[in-house]
Design a protein around this ligand. Sequence first.
Ligand code: ADP
Ligand code: MG
Length: 203
Amino acid sequence: MQKNSYSGKFIVIEGLDGSGQSTQTGLLRDFLIKKGQEVILTKEPTRDSEAGKKIKEILDEKIRIEPQKLQDLFAQDRKEHLEKLIVPALKEGKTVISDRYFFSTFAYGAADGLDLEWLIKLNNDFLSSDLIFILKVSPEVCVQRIEKRGEGIKLFEKKEKLEKVWKTYEILPSRFKNVYMIDGEKTIVEVFSQIKDIIKKRR
Ligand code: ADP
Ligand code: MG
């Protein structure tokens, strides 16, 4: 993976659906802006690329596709995301926060039965992020939160899927540098304070 040698920092928040990624990326953006940084908050999959649009239809179950082809689409979307938004912002010295990055491909792709080493290779040419937070929240709690959010999903199937996804997230801190596991079952404020503590320590 390519090291980030641009002047801006690239921070990623990962986790299961419902783990609080959107909540925490938003808090982090506000916090860093108050500290005087220029911040771009973005997320994957994007809605901007052709691949991103196709991914949305697949996730909404409007079309079906093999797991391998789905991850090819994620990689294509990620390539454009980097070229059009992430790298230009980092070059300008902005901090980029992404709600999901290639760690999601590893975790969700492996849960669909794909080989983790193949998934890592597929993302090998992409830029490394400087700091990765994985929000650790049990599939049970994630499903409860999603339920409250009022999404029409098949909750039982969802929980089984999330259990598989977590098996890969769990091993990522030992496999990649700069990956921090955060206890995501605390209150929103407590979860964010763990993130802040790590950011402060690393400066
Ligand atoms: P994600 O983006 O990971 O799917 P969200 O940030 O949208 O998750 O959070 C999912 C739901 O859980 C939202 O309704 C949010 O308000 C709630 N939530 C987020 N973090 C916490 C937390 N630490 N404790 C309780 N509820 C939370
Ligand atoms: Mg979200």
